[in-house]
Design a protein around this ligand. Structure first.
Ligand SMILES: [Zn+2]
Length: 131
């Protein structure tokens, strides 16, 4: 998920440039003049706060997606397997499937498929006829 990486990088960029500006500001106020250093230091602090306040909830790792909007379907009496399906709400639409029996986490493109067989343990987690 490239957009997630981009979001994370932007946050890090703000934090890094904030720190760099604060250090530069300190150096400038000592070596050049205090007004110049003050401006740099202040913009560094602003940068740092922007970086800090960038929402981290946007970083959706597969684990976060799995923990988000849980829809665990547990029907052990019917002899079916436990699984969890999460579909992203934003483009690109991806479906994350957590296989209960083996714990395999797989991401497929598009909305929830009509039937799914775990690629790791070959168990049929659901199919349309059973719904
Ligand atoms: Zn499996």
């Amino acid at each position: 998920m490239h957009w997630v990486d981009r979001m994370k990088n932007r946050r890090e960029n703000f934090l890094i440039s904030g720190i760099v500006l604060i250090i530069l500001g300190a150096l400038f106020s000592l070596a050049v003049n205090i007004a110049m250093g003050g401006v740099l230091g202040l913009s560094g602090i602003i940068c740092f706060f922007i970086g800090m306040s960038t929402p981290t909830e946007l970083e959706l790792s597969p684990e976060a997606v799995a923990a988000w909007e849980p829809s665990m379907e547990r029907l052990p009496d019917a002899g079916r397997f436990m699984y969890r399906v999460d579909v992203t709400m934003d483009e690109p639409i991806k479906t994350t499937i957590l296989c209960g029996p083996c714990g395999n986490l797989e991401t497929v493109d598009g909305p929830r498929p009509e039937q799914y067989t775990c690629s790791s343990c070959d168990r049929n987690l659901w199919s349309l006829e059973e719904e």
